[in-house]
Design a binder for this molecule. Structure first.
Ligand code: SF4
Length: 218
């Protein structure tokens, strides 16, 4: 979902820089640094402690009015600020997460995730071949997977973004199965220009597509 348009690392960083500039205009000299997955900031837990939300069974930060479909990024500054109290939220009794997820990366009781079984990890971060054990278990995901967000009831509160940079390249959504199977480096460069899909790269995406196609043929 996050990778349809331009790379959020750049889009969000620009917004943080604007925010820092606005802050300086408002309060004077402020030193700060922006982080968008660019340093090991434990952002999910800091966000929880800052009162933004709580950790859901799917291990993601849940905002009471936005679910989990948002980005976390940080502006670390040398101003002391007040803080909200952390959310102490009683979760409704939900069925065990594994009954609603097809992939087995989460522990049944939730709150812990084995990333090495997560399709997002396998299709984006893994540099080697996708292990055979996952053949036939990845549905049609070729880059990432949002199922643990899709099944989260809090995401009924999420709303569509209004950021033009996140709109997909017009040709991307029109691509047919055969076009994905025969994806060339040229088409990849065009539809994913400036996109976070470049993290997997052309070869990585081809590997993922091939893995799915071989499943269909076997
Ligand atoms: S992204 Fe998909 S594969 Fe990964 S934990 Fe969530 S549902 Fe499972």
């Amino acid at each position: 979902m996050y990778a349809l348009g331009k790379d959020y690392h750049h889009v969000i960083r620009e917004k943080l820089v604007e925010l820092l500039d606005a802050l300086r205009k408002e309060v004077g000299a402020v030193e700060g640094r922006c982080f968008v997955d660019s340093a090991p900031v434990m952002e999910r837990d800091w966000a929880k402690r800052a009162g933004i939300g709580w950790i859901g069974k799917n291990t993601l930060l849940i905002h009471p009015k936005a679910g989990s479909y948002f980005f976390l990024a940080e502006l670390i500054i040398d101003l002391e600020l007040g803080a909200r109290r952390p959310h102490e939220r009683l979760l409704r009794r939900l069925p065990p997460l594994h009954r609603r997820l097809p992939h087995g990366g989460h522990l049944p009781q939730g709150y812990l995730l084995d990333a090495s079984k997560c399709i997002s990890y396998l299709t984006i971060e893994l540099k080697d071949a996708i292990p055979e054990a996952f053949r036939g278990k990845m549905d049609n995901w070729m880059f990432g997977c949002d199922v643990c967000q899709d099944v989260c009831p809090w995401n009924r509160f999420s709303t569509p973004h209004n950021e033009p940079a996140f709109e997909p390249h017009p040709e991307l959504l029109a691509m047919k199965r055969e076009e994905w199977e025969e994806l060339t480096e040229e088409v990849f460069g065009k539809v994913f220009q400036g996109s976070a899909v470049k993290r997997a790269g052309y070869q990585g995406l081809k590997r993922n597509i091939q893995f799915l196609v071989e499943k269909l043929k076997s």
